[in-house]
Design a protein around this ligand. Structure first.
Ligand code: FAD
Length: 380
């Protein structure tokens, strides 16, 4: 180790830990401790869809957050990483939204590129979809997709160049405290001392912190299947809420389909392969949406575990009842990759810097009255 004591020790080398390390490394001595490999958790198994405007453009603080996210992905460059700007459609089942045109106008007022496509326009623009079940679609022009493993490791590499240190294959066993404040992390390879600890350990965060603070998250499992296809170049990212599936094109023209999400009781024993039942659901449902994929072959499939919060959004906070210097960053519920660039500004606010406009959105005390029995999981 280069140093004995760090300003910040981050537990977890997923996209959240790596994003925080990347953004904070220029001003702070940062250490990341990862039990396995960087991006070996949910981050490396994600679909990589980025739709900040779909999920964050409404409400008081969220438009600022969506803009922070949008700018980061537009500007970040490192090694093989690339962000693929891409249109996204949200198919609207007949009668599902009262005033879709008004909704699009409302979001546009915040400076985002959103429009309502009525049924005829939707069909003309994307002729390969069977739109008979839909009133039309909301079209979001501010998103895209990325390879989540490449993104996370690019953040790690850029963070390392900025002076952050990474220790992998080392599990944090406990948080060390002294006088009601954090003092470091305990691992089988020895202790690392730090003034602040950011716990970004995905679904394992709640268990790791069980003796210090209650974090209202639960593990949930979500799945992906890739179908063989030759999709046209501007095939959109999208979601059919009625079918509980989302989709995006792969770089080679195959179709990635995600869904099949649900809470899981024994995450350590969970299969990391897509279930047979989910594969059948995709095989039966996708041709209803895209008739030409009626006989599309199965390329591969997998599953991953993420942390879900009761309202489906992340928790980034320094809880009042926790030791001073402890910052929780977890519970991203299927949105962690696209949310990552918004997290470092929130962490900074707990390091004594100016609070960002959207810190309240991630506050843990919004769950004071909730149980964690019911978790929300998003399909993106
Ligand atoms: C199939 C699937 C599809 C998804 N699609 C999308 C999408 O399209 N768009 C999107 O935005 N999000 C998507 N997500 C969600 C997104 O991947 C997650 O929200 C995000 O990766 C969470 O990042 P994280 O860093 O919090 O957790 P993780 O990536 O799980 O990282 C946590 C890390 O902490 C490590 N760790 C745990 N305990 C310890 C310990 N005690 N000591 C040291 N290290 C520890 C783990 O090994 C792990 O590497 C998807 C997720 C899945 C599974």
């Amino acid at each position: 180790m280069d140093r004995n004591r760090y300003d910040i020790a981050i537990v977890g080398g997923g996209v959240i830990g790596c994003q925080v390390a990347h953004d904070l490394a220029p001003e702070y001595d940062v250490l990341v401790v990862e039990r396995d490999r960087v991006a070996s958790g949910a981050s490396g198994r994600s679909a990589g869809n980025v739709s900040p405007v779909r999920f964050y453009a409404q409400g008081t603080d969220q438009p600022a957050m969506a803009k922070t996210i949008r700018s980061f992905f537009a500007e970040f460059e490192h090694g093989p990483f690339s962000f693929e700007p891409h249109d996204r459609i949200e198919l609207l089942e007949t009668g599902s939204l009262d005033d879709p045109k008004g909704k699009a106008a409302e979001i546009r007022e915040h400076g985002f590129d959103v429009e309502f496509l009525d049924k005829a326009t939707l069909k003309a623009r994307y002729p390969y979809f069977d739109v008979s079940r839909y009133d039309g679609a909301l079209l979001f022009g501010d998103g895209g997709w990325l390879d989540p493993h490449t993104y996370t490791t690019a953040l790690r590499d850029a963070a390392t160049e900025r002076g952050a240190e990474f220790v992998t294959g080392v599990s944090v066993k406990a948080i060390k405290t002294a006088d009601d404040a954090v003092d470091g992390v305990v691992t089988a390879d020895g202790d690392f001392e730090a003034d602040h600890i950011v716990v970004a350990a995905g679904w394992r965060t709640a268990d790791l912190l069980a003796d210090l603070v209650k974090v209202p998250i639960s593990p949930y499992r979500t799945q992906i299947v890739v179908l063989e296809a030759t999709l046209p170049e501007r095939f959109p990212i999208g979601r059919a809420i009625d079918k509980e599936l989302y989709f995006r094109p792969e770089a080679n023209g195959d179709l990635l389909v995600g869904g099949g999400s649900g809470p899981i009781n024994d995450p350590d024993a969970a299969s990391m392969d897509a279930d047979e039942t989910f594969r059948w659901t995709v095989a039966e449902t996708i041709p209803e949406l895209l008739p030409e994929l009626d006989t599309a072959g199965f390329v591969n499939g997998w599953a991953g575990l993420d942390a879900a919060s009761p309202d489906g959004y992340g928790i980034v906070d320094a809880p009042e009842d926790a030791p001073e210097g402890l910052i929780v960053a977890s519970g991203f519920t299927g949105l962690g990759v696209m949310t990552a660039p918004a997290i470092p500004p929130v962490v900074r606010s707990f390091l004594g810097e100016e609070p960002p406009p959207f810190a309240d959105f991630f506050a843990i005390d919004r769950f004071e009255d909730e149980t964690i029995d019911a978790v929300s999981a998003f399909d993106h």
